[in-house]
Each structure stands twice: as C-alpha cells, then as structure tokens.
Design a protein around this ligand. Structure first.
Ligand code: ATP
Length: 209
C-alpha cells in the first residue's frame, strides 16, 4: 500500500496542511494519510501548544477525515525530529509499503539544511505541495539535485518504492499556523482556517492566548 506522511510542527494543524495533502492523496492514489507532528520544534518565542496538544489536535483533524490517522512516531522518539532517520525507521516498520513524504514548497526550498538531506529519498518519495507566496525557485544546489530525482509521472511513484520528487499541483490555501496564532491573540476571525473539532480544542484549552 501507499502511505502518505505529512510531517510538521502543526501548532496548530489547519486546512492549509490538510486540503493540499488530501488533494495529493487523491491525485496519487495513496491509501492512507498519516499526520505526524514533529518533536522539539525549532526555537519559537510564542506560547505554543505542548507536543501532546499538537498530537491531540492532529488526531481530532484525522477523525474528521477519512483514511487519515495521527502518527505519534516522532514525538515518541528520544531525539529531535530528523526526517531522514524517521523515514528509515518507518520503512522498517512498514517493509511492504511505499512511503510518500509530503511537504510544502517553502519547506522543500530549505531541504539542503536538513540532516542527511541527500539520503532523504533512500526510503521514500517526496511530494511537494504548492504554497501561496512561495515560488519554485530553488538554490542551484537544490535545483541540480532536483533535476536528477524529479519525476512528472505518478506511475513512477507506484512502480518504484523510493527515490523521486514529484512537484504536485495543489489547491492554494493562504493559511499558516503563525497567522492563526496571531489572529487568536488579536481577536480576528480564525476558526474557519481549521477543522471545527480543532478550533473547539483550542478554545477549550485556551491555547495561543
Ligand atoms: P508556522 O506558521 O508555525 O511556521 P506552518 O503553518 O508553516 O507553521 P508547519 O507545521 O510548519 O505549518 O508546516 C508543516 C508542513 O506543511 C510544511 O511542509 C509546510 O510547508 C506545509 N504547509 C503549511 N502550510 C501550508 C499551506 N498553506 N499550503 C501548503 N503547504 C503548507
């Protein structure tokens, strides 16, 4: 089976993550979407949610969608989240399955800074989702690498188990977790940016205030 994995801080998870990811799942014909919050988010200077709260919100979002699950793997590791290691371990856990790691094009542009980035495709394909206000202009280093691994064929994501990057056409949703946290603090509307159960959770737990 084909497992799509969307990793992120998810502080909080929102439709800007979910809608493009669901589009990819449908386009590629993946069987399941795993929402995987990452451990130890990069240094942040706002009152964010705890790891358990970020996972709880991912689980609530998953419940509203079909063929979707929250994946606690990275939060359960006694280490920072390194996608290269995570994918290696998930591939061992699911030896018969193909893994598609989904990420936005802003995150993709920063790939050369990731731990062991040239091994990221050893155990998975990467699918890049479009994101408003970010363009597909990459550094020379990344573009050269992309030229050697890009595929424009969905069939090749099925035929091979790993090794390709696919630049997907995805619907644009101009939403970020930062904008949601800011809106909560300033009293601007924000609830329409996320699943209702996640918005309720944020209100109940008085997050981001
Ligand atoms: P923050 O605003 O706190 O930086 P974020 O909204 O960018 O957060 P992350 O959890 O950092 O969300 O993102 C997880 C993944 O989802 C990344 O690969 C990111 O590029 C992608 N992503 C986030 N928002 C969007 C969006 N609106 N459209 C497409 N991809 C997105």
């Amino acid at each position: 089976m084909i497992r799509a994995i969307l990793g992120g801080t998810f502080d909080p998870i929102h439709w800007g993550h979910l809608r493009p990811a669901l589009h990819v799942v449908q386009q590629v014909g993946a069987d399941i979407l795993h929402l995987m919050p990452s451990a130890h988010p990069p240094h942040r200077d706002y009152p964010g949610a705890t790891a358990q709260q970020r996972l709880a919100m991912a689980a609530l979002a998953a419940e509203e969608l079909s063929h979707c699950e929250a994946e606690p793997w990275e939060l359960a590791q006694p280490r920072k989240s390194y996608t290269a290691l995570t994918l290696q371990q998930l591939a061992q856990r699911w030896p018969n399955d193909t893994l598609l790691f989904l990420l936005g094009e802003d995150a993709f542009a920063g790939l050369p800074k990731w731990f062991q980035w040239q091994h990221l495709l050893d155990h998975a394909h990467f699918v890049v989702m479009q994101r408003p206000h970010s363009q597909r202009h990459y550094s020379e280093q990344l573009q050269q690498w992309l030229d050697s691994v890009e595929t424009q064929s969905i069939a090749s994501l099925h035929e091979q188990r790993q090794g390709h990057v696919y630049l997907a056409q995805t619907p644009a949703h101009n939403i970020s977790a930062t904008a949601i946290r800011n809106a909560i603090q300033t009293g601007a509307p924000w609830q329409h940016w996320l699943p209702a159960s996640v918005a309720d959770y944020i209100n109940e737990h008085q997050l981001y205030r």
